[in-house]
Design a protein around this ligand. Structure first.
Ligand code: GLN
Length: 537
């Protein structure tokens, strides 16, 4: 029988519910439990694929090509999970399914209502993950904050869920905030009390309360929360702010006995814990002395979440090289020929991330030219790779006006274009290439050295491709086409032949990097950036 854990959040957003759920997943796996983990987002979009990164942060892509919430990235980084489309559910998907059923006449003339039709569909989705994963424990994070109007059907559904599968098979964990108020800097439990009472209105009494706080909760505070919120005192757990790295959270939780109480309440044996790799990881985070300065030249640098997986993958690459990342976020629209040298003079490595639309493209191209000419390690991802190709065409091949047809449909040199355009098809209804696909690496290239295998499988999210008719001229002039699709049809990676480390990839390696298992390209990029740093010191 699968057990079900539900995470809800109170008081306000951004308290780290996703990290908390991921950390619990990590702890349960360390005790040899099979888990699966899913996110339910109350917004009406079917998926976040169409949302602006400013609204939502990055769109995380799974192996099976689903465009999902960035919390799925956290889940994968903290656990051994490879998540699927079914692990990400939204209000939009739920309503879409129910309305399609209604149109087919599946409800046999009945009035279709939130209870039971919407709540049934929500419960079905949770059972689906349990059945598909065959996990011992399914962790479900309910997005948003208790009290949000759009979250109500989900809370109602999980209340019913407990009745359906039995209290002994479900666990409600509620994450709240303990603010520190006033000149006396007093930690306050009242918002927690209010948020739990809001949850109780719906009929949910949490089994465990996690209190996000900058201080350790005193016994007195825990007694108070216990009394007012109707939870055992030992089930009031501090989720203390971390000092250096989010990867400390599982360790902190472990030290507070979080996983033990979870298992006890689910009537599951404790099992021995093998947590050494995580302990070592955290030790390493604290031991690191060396720094490496990496500039990320992107469009959405104001919002950390917009490049979340890239920043995390850089950290992983850093850890593997015993260095911490000194991140320099460069707003690429501000970069031009006059200031590029000044902006990047102290960068040991430059990463140009993916993106859509014309804004910032010229800044990216200027940045890339500078990195190529000044032999600075350069890592182009997706649009970053496409800009490397455009830059190479314009400045090395002297193709004036070379571009991607995404930005200039009339360009005389469409070095990046849609497959349909390349094949002379006029109807350009190109859909995105999404999810994990194989590629073959060319021996003797830097990308091959990094991976040290010849076939890779990486996740994609793009529409445009390298235009094949330019393959020969690019290679003859020093741009190596270092990875191709197995049928040789698509260019998946490029690199500069005469340069310390300049690699562009059409896929998104950042999605598959984990702290315990860092992505080889990020490891190699940081290694080369450290070399550059040593040379210039
Ligand atoms: N806009 C480009 C394309 O659609 C790149 C996408 C990306 O960087 N994810 O091909």
């Amino acid at each position: 029988m699968t057990k079900f854990i539900f995470f809800t959040g109170g008081v306000c957003s951004s308290l780290g519910k996703g990290i908390a759920a991921s950390s619990l997943g990590c702890l349960l796996e360390s005790r040899d439990y099979e888990i699966s983990i899913m996110k339910i987002d109350p917004y009406i979009n079917v998926d976040p694929g169409t949302m602006s990164p400013y609204q939502h942060g990055e769109v995380y892509v799974t192996d099976d090509g689903a465009e999902t919430d960035l919390d799925l990235g956290n889940y994968e980084r903290f656990t051994s999970q490879k998540l699927k489309r079914i692990n990400s559910v939204t209000t939009g998907q739920i309503y879409k399914t129910v309305i399609e059923k209604e149109r087919r006449g599946d409800f046999l003339g009945r009035t279709v209502q939130v209870i039971p039709h919407i709540t049934n569909e929500i419960k079905r989705r949770i059972h689906l993950v349990a059945e598909d994963s065959k996990a011992d424990i399914v962790i479900t994070e309910i997005g948003g904050t208790v009290g949000d109007i759009e979250g109500i059907p989900f809370l109602e559904a999980i209340r019913q869920f407990r009745i359906d599968v039995g209290a002994e098979n479900t666990l409600f964990i509620h994450l709240t905030l303990i603010p520190i108020v006033g000149v006396a800097k007093e930690p306050k439990t009242k918002p927690t009390q209010h948020s739990v009472s809001k949850l109780r209105e719906i009929g949910i009494i949490p089994d465990i309360i996690l209190c996000r706080s900058s201080v350790d909760l005193t016994d007195e505070m825990r007694q108070k929360i216990s009394l007012f919120c109707n939870v055992e005192e030992r089930a009031v757990i501090t989720a203390k702010d971390i000092k250096k790295s989010i990867y400390e959270v599982p360790l902190n939780f472990k030290n507070s006995g979080f996983d033990e109480i979870v298992l006890e309440k689910l009537n599951l044996p404790e099992r021995e814990s093998s947590f050494k790799p995580w302990e070592d990881l955290v030790k390493k985070v604290y031991a690191i002395k060396e720094k490496v300065k990496i500039a990320v030249a992107g469009k959405y640098t104001e919002l950390h979440d917009a490049y979340k997986s890239i920043y995390e993958a850089l950290n992983h690459g850093g850890l593997a090289n015993n260095a911490s990342i000194d991140l320099k976020k460069v707003k690429v629209e501000d970069v031009n020929d006059d200031n590029v040298a000044e902006i990047f003079q102290d960068a040991d490595g430059i990463l140009v991330p993916g993106g859509f639309g014309e804004r910032g493209i010229e800044g990216k191209i200027t940045t890339i030219k500078y990195a190529r000419e000044n032999r600075i390690p350069l890592f182009g991802i997706c649009l970053g790779m496409q800009c490397m190709v455009i830059e190479f065409a314009r400045n090395v091949l002297k193709y004036r006006g070379a571009n991607s047809t995404e930005f200039d449909p009339e360009t005389p040199y469409p070095v990046i274009s849609l497959m349909e355009e390349q094949n002379g098809i006029k109807n350009l209804g190109g859909t995105m290439r999404l999810g994990a696909q194989p590629a073959i690496l060319k021996k003797g290239t830097k990308i091959y050295d990094a991976y040290n295998v010849s076939e890779i499988n990486e996740r994609h999210r793009h529409r445009y491709e390298f235009t094949n008719k330019y393959r020969d001229v690019m290679e003859q002039n020093g741009l190596v086409l270092s990875a191709l699709s197995p049928d040789n049809n698509l260019v998946e990676a490029v690199e500069y032949r005469d340069h310390p480390w300049g690699i562009g990839v059409q896929f998104h390696p950042e999605f598959k990097s984990k702290p315990i298992n860092p992505h080889p390209l990020f490891v190699a990029f940081i290694k080369e950036s450290l070399n550059k740093r040593k040379k210039s010191n």
